[in-house]
Design a protein around this ligand. Structure first.
Ligand SMILES: Cc1ncc(COP(=O)(O)O)c(C=O)c1O
Length: 433
């Protein structure tokens, strides 16, 4: 006998490609031997454990300001945290937002990071077409597909989604079926930073489509990595909200990358309309609110510590990126066609010269030690393995077959020396085969 599953239930019975990949690897991961360049973990050294402890103590000692911090919270989020996020934006001119931009908008705190807000948003709309960049944020697009959406990925160049490609793609679909735009402003996996003129063009286009169809087509900007644009030469991003005329722009942010993922604090800045109310209701449905103590800790950190934290985190990633780029030059230049990354976040998205990287490739088999050749896989024990994200998981472009995303968030520089040499060995093995 079988359960009578929902469509989402049925579609969730098989783990996603990335879920499968990381689970297989996690099962017998050997610390100090195997190398994990697949996960989106931040670098542990960037997490301000002492400041979090300090924040906790302040909160417990000030019950009149941080009320019931260890109890349930309200589903819109802690008033302290919402105020701190707004002040953080205003103080540092983030996205060039000003007081007036917040007047008819609401800040909503998610139940469990930006992920839960994205998930809630995906429950609100009639499943149809979602427009996003290629390569795409595979974790969310996969969720969307399981919920019955169709992904329309649009090629990007080094300034983000290509507007002429976007216009062409829109001409080829029934615009009535477009559910929303999902745009990652520092793209994951490519870390391409969406230029300000393209943000404007996307909002303008969505506005035109909304007017044409007579219904609002939301533009969801996921700015998960905007706090960690670490190349100082990059101009400050301007928020898509600045171009919003129809109240159709939603910004999703997170404190995961700049403070700590385990706090699970994500937020939406959205028009003060129905969708904000629905998001709040969904947060209540999922878990009443994000853990209130974490919200208050985040509020304290934003008020008292964020400046120091931002400098430290961005300096750390900038140094790491410079170090790894040098390793690429030394060991991989003959195998790499091109790569993006190094200015923001902590990923490199690499295109190899005619070396396939998908799960069935020799390159993948070499690095996962599944070639079935004992000298390569290891005789008694497996030789060091390396996990990465194959391009075919996050792109529908033909060159995806030769692409891979590696993360420099988690592993330290000394591990990267080994990692890059292993990748070079895998390239040589692949070519030889
Ligand atoms: C593009 C993007 N959006 C959202 C998230 C998730 O953020 P959170 O930790 O707040 O759930 C990530 C995490 O890696 C991400 O890469």
């Amino acid at each position: 006998m079988k359960e009578k599953l929902s469509k989402l239930g049925i579609n969730s019975t098989t783990p996603s490609a990335v879920n499968q990949l990381t689970t297989e690897f996690a099962e017998d991961f050997r610390e100090g031997t195997d190398i994990n360049l697949g996960v989106g973990y931040v670098n542990d050294k960037t997490i301000p454990a002492d400041a979090i402890l300090q924040a906790f103590q302040h909160i417990i000692k000030q019950p009149e300001k941080y009320r019931n911090a260890l109890n349930y919270g309200g589903s819109e989020g802690s008033p302290n945290l919402r105020r701190s996020i707004k002040n953080y934006y205003l103080k540092y001119a983030i996205g060039e937002l000003s007081q007036s931009d917040f007047e008819d908008r609401r800040i909503v705190i998610g139940a469990n990071g930006a992920t839960s807000l994205l998930d809630s948003l995906s429950d609100l709309f009639e499943p149809g077409i979602v427009i996003t960049a290629d390569p795409f944020y595979y974790i969310f697009t996969e969720t969307l597909e399981r919920k019955g959406y169709e992904i329309l990925p649009i090629a990007e160049d080094n300034r983000g989604i290509i507007i002429t490609e976007l216009e062409k793609a829109i001409e080829s679909v029934d615009i009535e079926k477009i559910s929303f735009f999902y745009i990652v402003t520092v793209n994951n996996p490519s870390t391409v930073i969406l230029s300000n003129d393209r943000r404007k063009a996307i909002v303008k286009l969505a506005q035109k489509l909304s007017e044409k169809t007579g219904k609002i087509i939301p533009v969801i900007f996921d700015k998960a990595y905007e706090d960690i644009i670490h190349n100082p030469a990059i101009p400050n991003p301007v928020s898509g909200i600045k171009y919003d005329k129809l109240e159709q722009v939603y910004e999703i942010g997170t404190l995961s990358k700049i403070i700590a993922p385990a706090l699970r604090i994500g937020y939406a800045i959205c028009p003060d309309k129905n969708i904000a109310k629905i998001l709040i209701q969904r947060t209540s449905d999922i878990g009443f609110s994000a853990p209130l103590i974490n919200q208050e800790i985040s509020s304290w950190l934003l008020d008292n510590y964020i400046e120091k934290q931002k400098v430290k985190v961005n300096k750390g990633y900038q140094e790491k990126s410079t170090f790894i780029k040098k390793l690429f030059k030394e060991h991989l230049s003959e195998y790499i066609e091109s790569y993006s990354g190094g200015d923001a976040a902590f990923y490199f998205y690499i295109t190899l010269k005619n070396i396939p990287t998908d799960r069935d490739s020799d390159f993948f088999k070499f690095l996962s030690r599944t070639t079935e050749t004992p000298e390569i896989d290891g005789v008694k024990e497996k030789n060091p393995r390396l996990v990465y994200i194959p391009g075919t998981i996050c792109s529908k472009e033909p060159q995806a077959r030769y692409q891979l995303r590696i993360s420099y968030g988690f592993e330290e520089n000394e591990v990267f020396v080994r990692a890059v040499k292993l990748i070079a060995e895998a390239c040589r093995y692949s070519i030889q085969k």
